[in-house]
Design a protein around this ligand. Sequence first.
Ligand code: DHB
Ligand code: FE
Length: 283
Amino acid sequence: MATLLGGLATSHIPAIGNALAKGWQQEPYWKPFFDGFPPIHRWLNQVRPEVVVVFYNDHGLNFFLDKMPTFAVGAAAEYHNADEGWGIPTLPPLAGCPELSWQIIRHLVAHEFDVVTCQEMLVDHACTLPLKLFWPEHEVAPVQIVPIDINTVQFPLPTARRVYKLGQAVGEAIQRWDSDKRVLVMATGGLSHQLEGERAGFINKAFDQQFLESMVSNPEWATQFSDLELVERAGTQGVELLMWLAMRAALTRGGAGVRKVHSNYHIPISNTATGVMALECLA
Ligand code: DHB
Ligand code: FE
């Protein structure tokens, strides 16, 4: 059976792509953010994942307001990057893992998740930037990916409880996959931020820190909140923390718990409170 190694999570602000392209990692504005990554790079070198399941939210690139799936699973052999025009270099295509995609899709549908299956799927900064942050030495991360899009763009959003159950089912599908591959789950987005309206620039440090703490020891904590309660506490785009919840839920199978490899929190990058975290599954 496949091995589920653990989980990664990071914010995915497009401006990070520009900082990477310009080599600004040591600049005073950027250093506190990029300093969160080297301990995680060292861990990744040790555990050597081969396939990464990426929970992310499409921002209107692949799905627009006319057709908005709640959950969509990529099942392509490769994923093309096309960004929103913030001047970020477009990456070469990322390798897919159709075998794990279909394992996950079959498992989800059998467990009553009516997902959209995508044999073609464009991926935006929310998928590409995190891979670049975790594997900065490579033009394209040396892993196969299975992107899973969770709608956080157009209401109604899936409830935190539902996202948690989705994550659990994805974790189960990975662990039942008849393969010798080493698999990681990744979440991208958050933490608190709001990009528009009266509360543009809204950040909630106390909430973020409670959420980060819950990721280690109390993974169901955020499922108590409705979508609007999450917007109130984390901002309209802060609801991207649902991706973190799915990732964490995927690690709950077996009940052995997780070890925090490393985490970092820094305010702000652009308009966003940034978080990065790596969790290792305990045997
Ligand atoms: C920003 C954050 C995001 O999550 C995003 O998708 C786009 C922009 C920002 O803070 O600039
Ligand atoms: Fe975003």
